[in-house]
Design a binder for this molecule. Structure first.
Ligand code: ATP
Ligand code: MG
Length: 251
């Protein structure tokens, strides 16, 4: 459904993304993980059209969309959430979602019906008339998800929708993500919560310092030596194995 081919993004002297490639299969949940500053959000900005890459191609449903403007990609069914959530603070929850729904529904009444259905889907039905600035972090994350869903996407790019949530809030939102996938929307998600990555994703890519360093089954990828070292530093995988052996021997 989506193919990222050899994307490079330079900001002056900084190479934020370096010849990175990935593929997302229709109907899947694909994960994109990697340490802070790896270039994950930059890659999302390129896929959704907020940035034009220095090099490389983005292909969506078989078409080269690398130069296509953001609003047309939204119309084609590409939606993203933002890592730093910024709802329209002066509007209430329903109005925030309606803004997204206006992409495909021109009548206010119709857009509101769609927005209410989506609010229910993400668990915001009790907060419809609350001002967006009054929501908790978990509420804002749900609203961010709802606004993107309201645009009627075929593929949804989720940038750390679980960040800042406590374990019980994470447990509550995982079924919502699975249900979105089951409704026929393909998902590409950036996530630091490994437990969620392993339980949700069919396939995972690992970006480190702009380069794609691993790809495959989530459980295998998170125990890969190169991946552990990208997060914890050179030699970390060996030290962890040694510690495990010592604990094992002392038992
Ligand atoms: N518009 C920009 N101009 C200059 N540098 C940028 C810009 N956007 C991102 N960068 C730099 O590119 C690198 C990658 O940033 P990016 O936000 O994509 O990382 P990330 O993997 O999403 O990290 P995190 O896990 O912390 O969200 C960082 O060094 C960042 O400072
Ligand atoms: Mg980021």
């Amino acid at each position: 459904m989506l193919e990222v081919e050899n994307i490079t993004m330079r900001f002056g002297g900084l190479v934020a993304v370096n010849q990175a490639s990935l593929k997302v299969k229709q109907g899947s949940i694909t994960g994109l993980i990697g340490p802070n500053g790896a270039g994950k959000t930059t890659l999302f900005a390129i896929i959704s059209g907020f940035l034009r890459p220095t090099e490389g191609v983005i292909r969506y449903l078989g078409q080269d969309i690398t130069q296509r403007p953001t609003h047309l990609r939204a119309q084609d069914g590409v939606a993203r959430t933002f890592q730093i959530v910024q709802p329209f603070a002066g509007l209430n929850v329903l109005e925030n979602i309606v803004v997204g729904a206006f992409l495909r529904h021109k009548s206010r009444n119709e857009a509101e019906q769609v927005a209410k259905r989506i609010a229910k889907q993400v668990g915001l039905e009790k907060d419809l008339y609350r001002p967006a600035h009054g929501l908790t972090v978990a509420g804002r994350k749900r609203l961010e998800l709802a606004r993107a869903l309201a645009t009627g996407p075929k593929i949804l790019l989720l940038d750390e929708v679980l960040a800042g949530l406590n374990p019980s809030e994470i447990r509550d939102i995982l079924p919502v993500i699975l249900q979105i996938r089951d409704s026929g929307i393909t998902i590409l998600m950036i996530e630091h919560v490994m437990q969620a990555v392993v339980s949700l994703c069919d396939d995972v890519y690992v970006l480190s310092q702009g380069k794609m360093i691993a790809h495959g089954d989530p459980a295998e990828v998170v125990s890969d030596t190169a991946v552990i070292e990208a997060y914890l530093g050179h030699g970390a995988a060996g030290r962890l194995t040694k510690q495990k052996e010592e604990v094992h021997a002392s038992n």
